[in-house]
Design a protein around this ligand. Sequence first.
Ligand SMILES: Nc1ncnc2c1ncn2[C@@H]1O[C@H](COP(=O)(O)OP(=O)(O)OP(=O)(O)O)[C@@H](O)[C@H]1O
Length: 248
Amino acid sequence: MALVIEGLTVIYNTKGKQEPALQDIDLTIQTGEFVGILGRSGAGKSTLIRSINQLVKPVAGHVNWNGTDMTKLSGQALRQARREMGMIFQHFYLIPRLTALQNCVLGRFGYRPWWKNLLGIVTAREKEEALAALDRVGIGHLAHKRVDQLSGGQQQRVAIARVIMQKPKLLLGDEPVASLDPVTSNQVLDLIKEIHHSEKMTTILNLHDVELALKYCDRIIGLAHGRKVFDGSPRQVNDKVLEQIYQK
Ligand SMILES: Nc1ncnc2c1ncn2[C@@H]1O[C@H](COP(=O)(O)OP(=O)(O)OP(=O)(O)O)[C@@H](O)[C@H]1O
């Protein structure tokens, strides 16, 4: 199962001014790849990640996922396709007043009838699965704590447990360790990599830390001014490549 991006172009309309954020991006990512996206602030990294699952709508181009063009989907079809795409964010996007367990169960919501979600009905089996997911990310003992009482690293673990519950085929990470200290960043990336392998996922992460990207990713995509300027293995990333990626 491959992700094939062709001619992807995103233009934001800011106060009547048309700002191109991504320009004509072509990219094919094979199943099982662990890809890091590097680039200066404003290079288009978040826009690229978010246009894969259509949180951002491109003005041109295609995002083919498993033979389906995501850009053509809307409504129920888009929701179904998104179930296969898990997402983790810099600021975790958990519901603060809910417990770790309750947040984790939200990972299954895309698979349940709307009325069950509305009524907040959670089955014993879903609870069991959520507990197992929290155990797996090392915070089973915090299952009944509200997430706003957890540390950043613990909150990101809850978000990863929520992804485990969702069982996605593609994991998209928008700066998942940018708010964490260096030790916790490594622990969280170790965990993401372990789950990537065990769940046979394809993973694409925006990372602003070059060292971490080179350590964890099998492939690096460099963006500058909304264009792809590098695509290769971490071993190929030398000073000249970094200069190209981080050009002003
Ligand atoms: N919702 C938006 N409306 C208007 N312009 C936007 C919007 N989101 C991003 N942009 C602009 O698009 C460009 C790319 O932004 P994007 O957030 O994708 O970059 P980034 O590489 O992820 O940056 P950072 O590392 O700072 O998060 C920037 O010039 C940004 O100002």
